[in-house]
Design a protein around this ligand. Structure first.
Ligand code: NAD
Length: 505
């Protein structure tokens, strides 16, 4: 398996990606498909990140005064560019993150969807009018632009997560500085180049510095987190990263929006449609090679249907097309890198030590792609929800647990530190509603009769507990990117005080 140089060069040329010379202080991006180099980008030190924040602060002073629907027009133009270059940008996501073609394209479609959502939103950034207890008074709330928004993103959604933040932040009146994953720097350069084209069509109403990219590893992210000029830091990645970034932002009373790890489970009840369950579980457990924050990592199955479901799952796993993600027939591409492979193997060893019987999990295609890491997704039958099961391993490992009574299933389900996504397969209305109730799943996303991954942009996305508590994307997530002012106007000739307080002078 060897990537063709032409595919790489033509893709980067269409997207207008400029690469740095390998001699410059550079970050080299390598494809997980075969380990070959795609290109280098220049990295930015802390002083350069600080200078970006200054540029963005100046941009904010101008952009917050542009009417929101006009700000929306810029995002509409950006969506045009994304539509025109969807195929190339999707291909770059496949090249750099190893996603299969339809998932790479799907990520760009998600960018387009959030842009469309943000354009509509640009005419709906409205607050409430509130009844005042004082005669001749009116109360209302107004939403104002917040300030510079910093975005730190993970490798596994190299373009969509930034877009969720960027499209909303721009219509809300805020410039954005993006610190992409050091594993996917070229996808970020491509997004910036496409936005540059939209800016040229938009004209000079837009100030310089609405979108900037700070390339590099955690140091660049730390510089963003520590800079008091960054009003909101939206950080997506591991819980370990959130534990470092969250307190750093809080120490300066900045706002943070944390989208961290998940340890998502599916409950399969005795009444479930097992065909539906099998398809939902396989997509969510092995899609993106188990490297989605919403990947199904735990299967909690009722004893009565366990053997039937497992037989189907094993058959589906045995027939999975694993290989080059650029081949349209492939469903499972590679792990991102050697470290991900080592972590997966260490996790499987630990699971065995804790009583697991493991099927699959080994390396495949090693001869065809010695510098890439293709694996057979693993199923690990667990005697109990041991320590290893309660941790997020970012690889295609599905732990199987058995239950006999619905309350036991919910207890197992919620007994992990994370709280991102969850699902139940059942045809029992009581169970379905109970799962969605206050006493059911404790996750930010709870589904019935579909898997844990593949969310739409219209809903708020995120989770609680060690997932960080942030909500992005649809619904009212835009409020994170604005500040709220409560206004009271007195149109009378008297000055009555609230709560009946008397203070006559
Ligand atoms: P990661 O935590 O290693 O890195 C994420 C980003 O944080 C990178 O840009 C990295 O450079 C930066 N970073 C790391 N340490 C930092 C620090 N101390 N200060 C500032 N920045 C720092 O995660 P990853 O391996 O790229 O992605 C996988 C993880 O991301 C998984 O845990 C997955 O569940 C999570 N994830 C969550 C969501 C969500 O929406 N909840 C979405 C995608 C991925």
């Amino acid at each position: 398996m060897k990537l063709e140089r032409d595919t790489i060069e033509l893709t980067l040329a269409e997207l207008g990606v400029e690469r740095a010379s390998p001699q410059a202080a550079a970050l080299l991006s390598c494809s997980p498909i075969d380990g070959s180099p795609l290109g280098a980008v220049r990295t930015h030190g802390a002083a350069e990140v600080d200078a970006m924040v200054e540029t963005a602060r100046r941009a904010f002073a101008a952009w917050r005064l542009v009417p929101a629907p006009r700000r929306g027009e810029l995002i509409r133009l950006y969506a045009d560019e994304l539509r025109a270059h969807k195929e190339a940008l999707g291909r770059l996501v496949s090249l750099e993150a190893g996603k299969i073609i339809s998932e790479g394209q799907g990520e760009v479609q998600e960018m387009i969807d959030i842009c469309d959502f943000a354009v509509g939103l640009s005419r709906q950034l409205h607050g409430l009018t509130i009844a005042s207890e004082r005669p001749g008074h009116r109360m209302m709330e107004t939403w104002h632009p917040l300030g510079v928004v910093g975005v730190i993103s993970a490798f596994n959604f190299p373009v969509a997560v930034w877009s969720w933040n960027f499209a909303l932040a721009i219509v809300c009146g805020n410039p954005v500085i993006w610190k992409p994953s050091e594993k996917t720097p070229l996808a970020a350069q491509a997004c910036l180049a496409l936005f540059g084209r939209a800016l040229r069509r938009y004209g000079d109403e837009a100030p310089n510095g609405l979108a900037q990219v700070a390339q590099g590893g955690r140091e660049a992210g730390e510089a963003l987190a520590g800079n008091a000029g960054v009003a909101l830091l939206s950080a997506t990645g591991s819980t370990r990263m959130g534990r470092e970034v969250g307190p750093r932002v809080a120490a300066r009373f900045g706002r943070s929006l944390l989208e961290l790890g998940g340890n998502n489970a599916v409950i399969v009840a005795p009444t479930a449609d097992l065909d539906l369950a099998c398809r939902g579980i396989v997509f969510a457990a092995v899609g993106t090679c188990g490297q989605r924050c919403t990947t199904t990592r735990r299967l909690i199955v009722h004893a009565d249907v366990r053997e039937t479901l497992l037989a189907r799952l094993r058959q589906a796993y045995a027939n999975l097309p694993i290989g080059n993600p650029l081949d349209p027939a492939t469903l499972v591409g590679p792990l991102i890198d050697a470290a991900a492979f080592d972590a997966m193997q260490a996790t499987l060893r630990e699971a065995v030590a804790q009583g697991a019987a493991v099927h699959g999990g080994g390396r495949v295609l090693q001869r065809q792609a010695p510098d890439a890491y293709y694996v057979e997704p693993a199923i690990a039958m667990m005697p109990a929800q041991t320590d290893v099961v309660r941790r997020e391993a970012f690889a295609p490992i599905l732990y199987v647990l058995t239950y006999r009574d619905y309350d036991e299933a919910i207890a197992l389900h919620n007994d992990v530190p994370h709280g991102l996504s969850s699902a139940i397969f059942t045809n029992d209305l009581r169970e379905a509603e109970s799962f969605l109730s206050a006493a059911g799943s404790d996750c930010g996303i709870a589904n019935v009769n579909l898997g844990t991954s593949g969310a739409e942009i219209g809903g708020a996305f995120g989770g609680d507990k060690e997932t960080g508590g942030g909500r992005e994307s649809g619904s009212d997530a835009w409020k994170n990117y604005m500040r709220r002012a409560t206004n009271t106007v007195n149109y009378s000739r008297r000055l009555p005080l609230a709560q009946g307080v008397k203070f006559d002078i």
